[in-house]
Design a binder for this molecule. Structure first.
Ligand SMILES: C[S@@+](CC[C@H](N)C(=O)[O-])C[C@H]1O[C@@H](n2cnc3c(N)ncnc32)[C@H](O)[C@@H]1O
Length: 294
């Protein structure tokens, strides 16, 4: 009997994944095989006609079955790239999304507003993608990161350690740990749960059945976490000097969140940053430096 080549096995796995309704089945089949064999993409392409290594068959078929049940690829391989760095992810923590890179980019663009060692807080840190990236991209800053979920904080701490980022992690409800410490901050950044409760049931199976509900459900209209945080802005933002708030928001939420910031934290100005599809994705609120001697 002729043995199967790597290409044969990939094609069979792709067909299986396609039947299960997985988007980009071939890419998924290849990435999972690279993961099992510990190979780079170029090695896989170069060795397509090689005989499939029998000792890897059981593991590969098990992973393909998991993917066929719509478990996210990132949970199976255990990592996701964010802002050019590799982050560990596993069940219990949201997989960082490319849209969130816009949030980080917009914060980094505004570094010049601040001098010295500004205090940044990332609320709902999840895998730590935002906090760790900001700590590495803005080394002068002191970065704090909060999450309600112990599981998320464990992953975030692991990511900070692996990527050698200096971040202080706190467990608690939104800004409560900061209020408890009496800490004032210069920059507040957050990608909170923002899906309206009713809409959670309509999310893709991959998200709905595998990613943590705590990371998704933003209450009745999806705006509850913003409302809570905005109410606390006057108590947590530094009283003088420049200050910045940057929120990632869901579809059709940008205007409402901008109004919440303007009303809850006068005299803040706001701007909305669209994503690549033109959807308002990031809301920035800022207060310029107040010169009390003018
Ligand atoms: C949408 S995820 C964002 C994760 C990560 N920052 C990212 O952008 O990939 C929201 C995060 O907020 C956390 N969270 C939800 N409710 C919270 C609360 N009341 N206080 C603190 N964190 C909360 C969740 O555990 C989750 O990690």
């Amino acid at each position: 009997m002729t043995k199967e080549t790597i290409r044969d096995v990939i094609l069979r796995a792709s067909r299986f994944l396609e039947d299960k309704g997985i988007r980009h089945p071939r890419l998924n089949a290849e990435v999972l095989l690279q993961h099992v064999l510990g190979w780079e993409k170029y090695q896989l392409l170069a060795e397509m006609h090689m005989e499939f290594p029998e000792e890897s068959r059981e593991t590969y078929e098990r992973l393909i079955k998991r993917r066929g049940s719509h478990e996210p690829l990132q949970y199976i391989v255990g990592h996701q790239e964010f802002f050019g760095r590799d982050f560990i992810v596993r069940k219990g923590v949201l997989i960082p999304r490319p849209e969130t890179e816009i949030l980080v980019e917009e914060v980094c663009k505004r570094k010049e507003m601040f001098t010295g060692h500004p205090v940044i807080v990332d609320v709902g840190t999840g895998s730590g993608a935002i906090a760790v990236t900001l700590a590495l991209e803005w080394p002068e800053a002191k970065v704090l990161a909060i999450d309600l979920s112990k599981d998320a904080l464990l992953v975030a701490q692991e990511n900070a350690a692996r990527l050698r980022a200096s971040v202080s992690f706190l467990q608690g409800n939104l800004l409560e740990p900061i209020l408890r410490k009496g800490q004032r901050v210069d920059v507040l950044v957050s990608n909170p749960p923002y899906i309206p409760s009713e809409d959670v049931q309509h999310l893709d199976e991959e998200v709905r059945c595998y990613e943590p509900l705590l990371a998704l459900d933003g209450g009745e209209d999806g705006l509850s976490p913003y409302r809570m945080m905005v109410t606390q802005l006057p108590l947590v933002m530094r009283e003088e000097g420049p200050a910045l708030v940057a929120f990632e928001v869901g579809i059709h939420q940008a205007e409402a969140v901008a109004r919440l910031i303007e009303q809850g934290w006068p005299p803040a100005k706001t701007t909305i940053i669209p994503d690549w599809q033109g959807i308002g994705r990031v809301v920035i609120g800022w207060r310029e430096s107040i010169n009390w001697f003018c």
